[in-house]
Design a protein around this ligand. Structure first.
Ligand code: SAH
Length: 375
């Protein structure tokens, strides 16, 4: 662990001071603004200033657990491209590529299949300059040109295939609290001990919420989470789908239907931490509400498939056959690592059930592989 990743880094302390200044001047700040600053502040934000992923970082993700994950997502993308009529060119984009491992594994699998690589325009959507550098290194020998964009809206026009693993969970959430028969924005203020603490903020008009949130009879203090940036991502996909075929595979951890509950969590060095301590130094995420994502996509005229458990997705995409093939040429030690990695991806007790996959596509293409029917 380098000093830059120490939870009491100078950057984190300075971000704390800046956030407190903002609160003193403007009053309590919403959880969404707090989370956004912690994750994205240009100098001290978690993603712009840290290399968080992997055994030496704060958390580990599916592509870092096993190469098979990215390879199978590559095969999924190939089959989708074929189902679109093998358009040329096709934009092959990844949202939030982390260390670039998923894309490297996907491209390696795609190199072995005819046609795709030659006509794919590979684009990574990444806001962190630091992680862009890491991705550049990981993908230096990937055999095809890569370009970067900061925002999904800036992707080149044309038929589009998108993959995104643990991207949505990193987008800021709003939390609203059911208190005394009203919804209130959950905010962050400065507590008596000088640290940050949660508090209730302004009343939120219930007409602005999804219908199921309006209708529920909820216990006092229930928390509902809303993710405006995820809706914006879906809206950007929908804009694209109006012009050319589109398919996106979103894999993340979360729940299938909208539920109340506080899922904001901080992780540091593979352990849970306090989300209100050390802003910018710890990873902040919250469960993905796949129900809300589905509603947002369908409201924009997109077709939604799933979500289905990550384990089921990978098994249907041929995980066992791929594992057997890899084991053929492996040493015993490598074989053990391959088996334990792939097991972790599909095991219901590990990542197999909590992580889910949802496909979002334009209505004019057939159901994507591993998603027989539209939801
Ligand atoms: N997909 C990777 C990494 C997930 S971590 C993996 O599976 O290993 C989240 C990633 O999303 C990081 O690369 C982070 O920098 C990026 N990110 C976070 N917010 C973003 C945003 N608003 N736009 C683009 N990328 C973002």
């Amino acid at each position: 662990m380098t000093p830059a990743q120490n939870s009491h880094s100078i950057e984190s302390t300075l971000l704390s001071v800046r956030l407190k200044e903002r609160i003193v001047r403007g009053g309590p700040m919403s959880v969404e603004r707090y989370m956004d600053a912690c994750l994205s502040d240009a100098t001290a934000g978690y993603y712009p200033s840290k290399q968080p992923i992997g055994a030496g970082g704060d958390f580990i993700t599916a592509p870092e657990v096993s190469q098979v994950f990215g390879e199978l997502l590559g095969l999924w993308s190939y089959a989708v491209w074929q189902s679109m009529g093998s358009p040329e060119p096709v934009i092959f984009a990844e949202l939030g590529p982390g260390r670039g491992t998923l894309m490297a594994d996907a491209l390696r699998a795609l190199q072995r299949l005819p046609g795709f690589i030659g006509c794919a325009d590979v684009v990574l959507v990444e806001t962190s300059p630091l992680l862009r550098g890491v991705q550049q290194e990981t993908l230096a020998d990937c055999g095809t040109g890569i370009s970067w964009r900061e925002r999904i809206e800036a992707l080149p026009p044309g038929p589009l295939i998108v993959i995104a693993n643990e991207f949505i969970d990193a987008l800021p959430i709003r939390q609203i609290v059911w208190r005394g028969g009203q919804w209130r924005e959950r905010c962050v203020r400065i507590g008596a001990n000088g640290g940050f603490e949660f508090c209730d903020g302004p009343v939120v008009a219930s007409e602005s919420l999804r219908r199921d949130a309006q209708l529920q009879q909820l216990p006092e203090s229930s928390i509902l989470e809303i993710r405006p940036a995820a809706n914006a991502t879906v809206a950007a996909l929908a804009d694209r789908a109006r012009q050319a075929p589109l398919a996106a595979l979103i894999v993340d951890y979360g729940h299938e239907a909208t539920e109340c509950g506080d899922t904001l969590q901080a992780v540091s060095r593979h352990k849970f931490a306090d989300p209100l301590r050390d802003p910018g130094a710890v990873d902040l995420t919250a469960h993905v509400d796949f129900g809300a994502l589905k509603d947002a996509a369908e409201a924009k005229g997109l077709r939604v498939y799933g979500p289905k458990p990550q384990g089921a997705l990978l098994l249907e995409l041929g995980l066992e056959a791929r594992l057997e093939k890899l084991c053929e040429d492996a040493t015993e030690e490598q074989r053990d690592a391959l088996v334990s990695g792939t097991t972790r991806l599909v095991d219901p007790e590990a990542m197999g059930l909590l992580f889910k996959a949802m496909a979002i596509a334009s209505p004019d293409i057939p159901p994507p592989p591993a998603f027989g029917q539209s939801a």
